[in-house]
Design a protein around this ligand. Structure first.
Ligand SMILES: C[S@@+](CC[C@H](N)C(=O)[O-])C[C@H]1O[C@@H](n2cnc3c(N)ncnc32)[C@H](O)[C@@H]1O
Ligand SMILES: COc1ccc(-c2cc(=O)c3c(O)c(O)c(O)cc3o2)cc1
Length: 326
């Protein structure tokens, strides 16, 4: 009986610890993003990358020209989360090392995700989160971004070139692989709003075309839409998809969509699937009607736009590839 009571008490204790840790993750959720931003600005990963050996705190703080005690606190937080590693070196000293996640926080580099962290932690993008409940409570068609800034994200970017660059750089680090590089026989068209297409850097095999996808989409054998439809509500997506359908040959054309496909079931919150659900919250905060979709929701908008069939190809990435045929 005593053993059982003890066992029960221990279980309760463990449960309570988890509850406390979970609530503190909620309370301080912003901290991780802010500290990651700080690490990017300091260039911690860029410096560690140039050193094969673990780097002691004093060497790191003088190389980065910052206070050793503050840097120690930043690194303690990030090391505690497994983002950096602290390992013993000679003379009983300890040194910091990169991890695969830390490498993604390099300011530059092939796989850097720093631009996405800098976008998400920018004041312009943080402000709409304060208005998240308005999107759920209000019957009006005002998203949190418009509530914070008086216009939607694309109108805002039109008149704020610095913010437009933040968005373009961030999205570029998510969509780094160029189809025209992998398949050099393809002639690509990069179609975007005038303020985006007009400043796009020259790219071999690609012409930049300015336009409005709700008016028309340039004719092509295939239309490739990545991270576009989730910015819009169902009715808007159906309009865009109808314009894509008009742009491709009826018999051989296809529309290729790279976007999250959410699971109907609730998961455990630690998998790549959870990234889709997080992205759905980002869409809720940044757009007026945008959302991530389940397979059923994709089927609905694709058939409403007139596509006869589609397939969803799972690839080892956050977003699968959806191919829709007229
Ligand atoms: C989330 S970004 C994705 C960009 C790109 N596909 C990528 O993955 O990097 C959405 C893009 O849609 C563009 N966009 C928004 N409204 C548009 C419109 N009416 N016509 C054409 N492009 C538009 C934005 O300028 C932005 O570049
Ligand atoms: C690594 O996996 C991913 C990272 C980022 C994104 C992503 C896609 C977007 O379209 C997008 C966006 O439109 C946006 O406004 C934003 O603030 C972030 C964002 O992130 C997808 C997958």
């Amino acid at each position: 009986m005593a053993k059982e009571t003890n066992g029960f008490a221990r279980l309760n204790h463990v449960g309570e610890e988890e509850v406390q840790a979970d609530i503190w993750r909620c309370i301080s959720g912003f901290t991780e993003m802010a500290v990651a931003k700080c690490a990017i600005e300091l260039g911690i990963s860029d410096f560690l990358e140039t050193h094969q050996e673990p780097v002691p705190l004093n060497q790191l703080s003088s190389a980065l020209s910052c206070s050793a005690s503050s840097l120690h606190r930043i690194l303690r937080f990030l090391t505690n989360r497994g983002i950096f590693k602290l390992v013993p070196i000679e003379n009983g000293e300890m040194g910091y090392l990169q991890t695969p996640v830390a490498r993604l926080l390099k300011r530059d580099g092939e796989n850097s995700m720093a631009a996405l962290v800098l976008l998400e932690s920018s004041p312009v993008i943080l402000a709409p989160w304060h208005y998240l409940s308005t999107r759920i409570l209000s019957n009006e068609n005002t998203g949190p971004f418009s509530a914070a800034h008086g216009k939607d994200v694309w109108e805002y970017a039109k008149t704020n070139p610095e913010h437009s660059k933040l968005i373009n750089d961030a999205l570029a680090c998510h969509a780094r692989w160029m189809l025209v590089e992998a398949f050099p026989w393809i002639n690509g068209i990069n179609f975007d709003l005038p303020h985006v297409a007009s400043v796009a850097p020259p790219c071999h095999g690609v012409v930049h075309v300015e336009g409005y996808m709700f008016h028309s989409v340039p004719n092509a054998q295939a239309v490739f839409l990545m991270s576009v439809l989730h910015d819009w509500g169902d009715e808007e997506c159906i309009q865009i998809l109808k314009k894509c359908m008009e742009a491709i040959p009826k018999d051989t054309g296809k529309v290729i969509i790279v976007e999250a496909v959410l699971d109907e079931k609730i998961g455990k919150g630690k998998s790549l699937k959870d990234v889709g659900i997080m992205l759905d919250m980002i869409m809720m905060a940044h757009t007026t009607n945008g959302k991530e979709r389940t397979a059923k929701e994709w089927a609905h908008i694709l058939s409403a736009a007139g596509f006869s069939r589609h397939s969803i190809l799972q690839i080892p990435a956050i977003e699968p590839v959806i191919v829709a045929y007229p």
